[in-house]
Design a protein around this ligand. Structure first.
Ligand code: ATP
Ligand code: MG
Ligand code: MG
Ligand code: MG
Length: 462
């Protein structure tokens, strides 16, 4: 049956509440308990200490719809936006969690019941993966759920083995996929064509089974736990009978609004999807307290805003447009996220100022880029030009790479880095003649972010 995105979110939470789960509100996009993590990128983030046993809660089962951002850091889907049917920079992850309560058997049957009984998805369109050594999960799917063996794929890669870090909790995963039909290119998980969008992963069930020690040995956890995550937009697409997440109710609202404020006429234009995606991450990041800046989280936000502005410009916008989409977003998501409504005016102001600032140099920078592209030999944009666009016109390197990709070109990332490094050295030399406390503070702060590539946060325009 057809369900709206809001109805699906609610029915998920209701289902797990009726199975003795405590419904917990989404936490901020800025992880409160983990300085090594750039953004909240999964539902389990707010429960990390509970899983580790360092924090006690009055419940052992929980469910949530968690706002997530995957742009930068270990999970970076920024480059996928506009190219796949299933990735966003911002999305909502529906999750149910067991803290030493139920394990594989209940996790699998709860997920299966929700999909096939509550949502009434046809079982024959679903297939699952298990970790290749996890006979226990295989048998539950096969003998208890009754899924035929050829619908249960054993995977030996890290895709199906989760770990929190090099040491600590880890364990096998079982993922549920939906087959959107053979008119769409792609193969089942584990096949060479799995990157296509025919078989779309909808739900990841993580079984926290072991504790891994520094020497690599694994010991069963005293209290085995479950962490699951299902993309709300992906399950909405299925329920609404469409293939791409960008065709669901929520995104259609945003895409129509984007077309209106940019004067775009072709509703299929991929830039509309990019802008509609980016307004969600940018608005929610500002709502959670991130401000555009030249380093760390703020630079990720700035990069996303600038990408959106460039795509809006391509669609035909002639004046600041991005901030105008906050109203459309509030219309789509304000009910589920009252904080968005409360902060609407601030978000609009921050995004408007950021766009106005960049708007001043965008046209000039694009003109320089065009000029250089017309005489480009080969298919790689030289690092020197990428650096000049960055340094003089405020083009983050990934923005130039985004333009390049549209023309089947790439950027010389190494060359760009070399110019960045040279600039850094110059700045340091200058710094020797007087302490630059701003600079010191910056490098202190940047060490907070492990796994977040250096080029992105040291990008201070000198
Ligand atoms: P994929 O392989 O499609 O990139 P994933 O394996 O990286 O997904 P998980 O880390 O397992 O995703 O996250 C759990 C669920 O969250 C996924 O099964 C999917 O439904 C959803 N999800 C993950 N990344 C995104 C994204 N960028 N946009 C929308 N939904 C996502
Ligand atoms: Mg992924
Ligand atoms: Mg995956
Ligand atoms: Mg997964």
């Amino acid at each position: 049956q057809h369900m709206t995105t809001a109805q699906i979110r609610q029915s998920f939470l209701d289902f797990f509440a009726s199975n003795q789960h405590q419904v917990v509100p989404s936490s901020s996009l800025i992880p409160g308990n983990d300085a090594t993590l750039l953004f909240t990128n999964a539902g389990m983030v707010q429960f990390k200490d509970v899983f580790l046993g360092a924090e006690k809660r009055p419940y052992t089962r929980a469910a949530s719809s968690q706002r997530c951002v995957r742009a930068g850091g270990k999970h970076n889907d920024l480059e996928n936006v506009g190219y796949t049917a299933r990735h966003h920079t911002f999305f909502e992850m529906l999750g149910n969690f067991s803290f030493g309560d139920y394990f594989k058997r209940d996790a699998i049957s709860l997920a299966w019941n929700f999909l096939t009984t509550v949502l009434q998805l046809p079982a024959e369109k679903l297939l699952v993966t298990v970790y290749h050594e996890d006979d226990e999960a295989f048998d539950i799917w096969n003998k208890e759920i009754g899924l035929p063996a050829d619908k249960i794929i054993r995977i030996s890669t890290s895709d199906n083995f989760w770990s929190m870090g090099d040491t600590g909790p880890c364990g096998p995963c079982s993922e549920i996929f939906f087959d959107h039909g053979d008119h769409i290119w792609g193969g089942p998980p584990g096949s060479p064509e799995e990157d296509g969008d025919r078989f779309i992963e909808i739900w990841n069930l993580v079984f926290m089974q072991f504790n891994r020690h520094a020497d690599g040995s694994m010991e069963p956890l005293p209290k085995q736990s479950v962490d699951t995550g299902m993309g709300l937009e992906r399950i909405s697409a299925i329920m609404q009978g469409v293939h791409s997440n960008y065709e669901i109710d929520l995104f259609q609202g945003l895409i129509n609004a984007t077309a209106k404020v940019t004067n775009a006429t072709d509703l299929e234009d991929k830039s509309l999807r990019v802008v509609a995606d980016h307004i969600r991450s940018c608005a929610f990041l500002v709502a959670d307290g991130v401000m555009p800046s030249n380093e760390g989280r703020g630079y990720v936000l700035r990069r996303i805003v600038r990408r959106a502005v460039r795509h809006g410009n391509k669609l035909g916008a002639t004046e600041p447009f991005f901030y105008k989409l906050v109203a459309a977003l509030v219309e789509q998501m304000g009910e589920a996220y009252p904080e968005l409504v409360k902060q609407q005016a601030i978000i609009e102001k921050v995004l408007r100022i950021e766009e106005e600032q960049f708007g001043k140099t965008l046209d000039r920078g694009l003109a320089i880029l065009e000029e250089n592209l017309s005489s480009l030999e080969g298919s790689v944009i030289p690092g020197e030009l990428v650096f000049k666009l960055y340094d003089t016109y405020g083009f983050p390197a990934d923005l130039t790479a985004d333009v390049a990709r549209e023309r089947f070109l790439s950027i010389d990332e190494r060359g760009f880095q070399e110019h960045m490094e040279a600039q850094r050295r110059k700045a340091q030399q200058a710094g020797k003649f007087g302490a630059d406390y701003n600079e010191l503070l910056k490098s202190d702060k940047s060490t907070d972010f492990k796994g977040y590539e250096a080029e992105h946060f040291t990008g201070t325009v000198v």
